[in-house]
Design a protein around this ligand. Sequence first.
Ligand SMILES: [Fe+2]
Ligand SMILES: [Fe+2]
Length: 192
Amino acid sequence: MINKKLTGKYKTYLKENLSKKRYNHSINVANAAVRLAKRYGADEDKAYIAGLLHDIAKEMPLEEQLEIVTGSPLDVCEIEKKAPALYHAVAGAELIQTLFNISDREIIDAVRYHTVGCKNMTKLSQVIYLADLISEDRDYKDVNKMRKYAEKSLERAMCEAFRFSVKDSAEKGNSIPVSTLEAYNDFIIYKK
Ligand SMILES: [Fe+2]
Ligand SMILES: [Fe+2]
């Protein structure tokens, strides 16, 4: 059973450190993550916590995020180190350990890889990655398509998500983190 006192503490921190919009996004991702966890057999409590906290560092000043990334023992490739939009995932994975004493490896990894993905993603990491893409507040062009994939098959949805991510980065002429390509290669076998 989820510890309401703990999640209350997490929410208080998020309310104080995120805009209203991003706070709502965090709640929506947590709820979407629980739905996906139920459907695909991941731990629902961990899904709620990781979903809630995935963007915890997103509105921290970039220099502070970078400082945490630089000092982190987590594996971060050079391409990621040069992409400020990606710092918050590593910084978030560190913050939840230092602020809240979270030591659950699956939760830490789900937060750490919610931006770039990685090879051999756990079910929880997949659930969080996808929940972030299909949460209620999302309104990009193909969001309904992605929601349909997410209803049918977790792996198929992840396959489509990484196809889009890699294609989009290539079209924009951006570098692609190694772990994103590894995730793409893991999931491309589910393409129909
Ligand atoms: Fe994020
Ligand atoms: Fe997010």
